[in-house]
Design a protein around this ligand. Structure first.
Ligand SMILES: [Zn+2]
Length: 411
């Protein structure tokens, strides 16, 4: 009897503990589901033409896929917009509770200069308010990406090179959310947030009612790790976040020092990448800012966002957006002839994929009269032009699409 009672107490305690702490599924998701993207298709992103300008404001278009099964889950536009507002304040360090960052950590607290908008242009160039509402028969989704596919009761991602996809839905066990880290499959790329921790108004449940779940998950999407590195005294690969024994939850009192602490300031539990309550987290650091911004640099996983136009409503004219992807143009196959002008012999060699073997070379004078013809038996040929009088000639190699025409000057 006593053991059953203890078990019941333990269960209640576990449930309460799990409800009280900031539950983020990103680490488990990455471990169990994440696969790096296969080799990228052969496209050149025009965005990769340029690097970030130091401290430029980077604005990320967001498409919210809202999947609801009940009326309550069909949260208002106002609630959705409140989340974008929270993201902009938190990432720009314009959050009013930034004053609560302890003095010891204020010198490293940073404005990331990353912003967000609800997309104003669809991938087809049509106007949008950046919110897709969709009824689903699913009472809840598991953390296995079903919400990202229309065929599974979810909604397909928009181009994740240009949009941050945020799926707002009901997650099993009311888990708060999870994100994909950079470099994964494009159709899965984005952030998933439970509907009742999205935004800071409407149906939001305390203590996760200030929109910080999305701040935390979007930062994962931008490459940040949990501040304790998901290990005992682990590292998050950021220099200015102190080493931390584990996560914090609830609302600790500063300083929270453990055996792992580097100094008397202890844990940076108010960092957005800890698990504390929404009301008790308020900062990113300079190191975290630089880590996130590095993704937008030349060759970085999120570089294409420098060329995303979906925040600009003036481009929603019904036509396609300025295209930022181009097929790779194969270098044009052709031939090289030297010397030119020539006195005696000319040598003909292929350029790129051109094949000379089997083709015929004809030399005409400017009146169009054929003077010399030679079939190529190898991919590098010499033609003796000594017999040609000085002047200008037209040299033609091959037929049809592969035909090459070159002007030859005989001295
Ligand atoms: Zn997390």
């Amino acid at each position: 009897m006593r053991s059953i009672f203890s078990l019941a107490i333990l269960c209640i305690f576990s449930i309460q503990a799990s409800l009280a702490q900031h539950q983020c599924g990103t680490e488990a998701y990455t471990r169990n589901h994440f696969k790096p993207a296969k080799e990228q298709p052969a496209i050149v992103l025009r965005g990769q033409d340029r690097d970030t300008v130091p401290n430029e404001i980077i604005t990320i278009p967001v498409i919210v896929h809202l999947l609801f099964n009940t009326n309550e889950q069909n949260i208002s536009d106002e609630q959705i917009k409140s989340q974008i507002d929270v993201l902009n304040k938190d990432f720009r360090r314009l959050n009013t509770d930034a004053v609560n960052t302890p003095d010891a950590f204020k010198p490293v607290a940073a404005d990331t200069r990353i912003m967000f908008c609800l997309a104003k242009v669809t991938p087809d160039g049509k106007p949008t308010k950046g919110i897709i509402r969709k009824y689903t028969t699913k009472a809840f989704f598991l953390g296995d990406d079903g919400m990202k596919f229309s065929a599974a009761g979810g909604d397909d991602a928009w181009d994740s090179k240009k949009y941050l996809n945020i799926w707002v839905c009901t997650l099993f066990g009311r888990s708060l959310g999870y994100a994909t880290i950079p470099g994964g499959d494009a159709s899965l790329d984005g952030v998933v947030i439970n509907y009742d921790v999205f935004g800071n108004t409407g149906f939001v449940r305390p203590p996760f009612n200030k929109g910080r779940t999305a701040t935390h998950e979007v930062a994962h999407w931008l490459g940040l790790k949990h501040i304790w590195g998901d290990e005992n005294c682990g590292s998050d690969d950021v220099d200015d976040t102190p080493r931390q024994k584990s996560y914090n939850y609830g609302c600790p009192v500063f300083p929270h020092v453990t055996s792992c602490s580097e100094n008397a300031s202890g844990d940076m539990f108010m960092n957005f990448m800890d698990f504390t309550d929404d009301a008790c987290m308020n900062s990113f650091t300079y190191g975290q800012k630089m880590k996130m911004r590095s993704l937008f640099a030349l060759g970085g996983t999120r570089n294409s966002f420098l060329y995303s136009f979906a925040c600009d409503s003036s481009l929603a004219s019904g036509g396609p957006l300025p295209d930022d992807t181009l097929p790779v143009i194969k270098p044009k196959a052709s031939v090289n002839i030297y010397p030119n002008p020539a006195i005696s012999d000319i040598t003909i060699t292929p350029v790129n994929d051109y094949i000379l073997t089997g083709k015929t070379c004809s030399i005409y004078n400017v009146q169009g009269k054929l003077l010399l013809r030679q079939s190529f038996v190898s991919n590098r040929e010499k033609i003796n032009v000594t017999a040609l009088p000085s002047g200008i000639y037209i040299l033609k190699i091959g037929e049809g699409d592969e035909k090459q025409v070159v002007k030859l000057i005989k001295l």
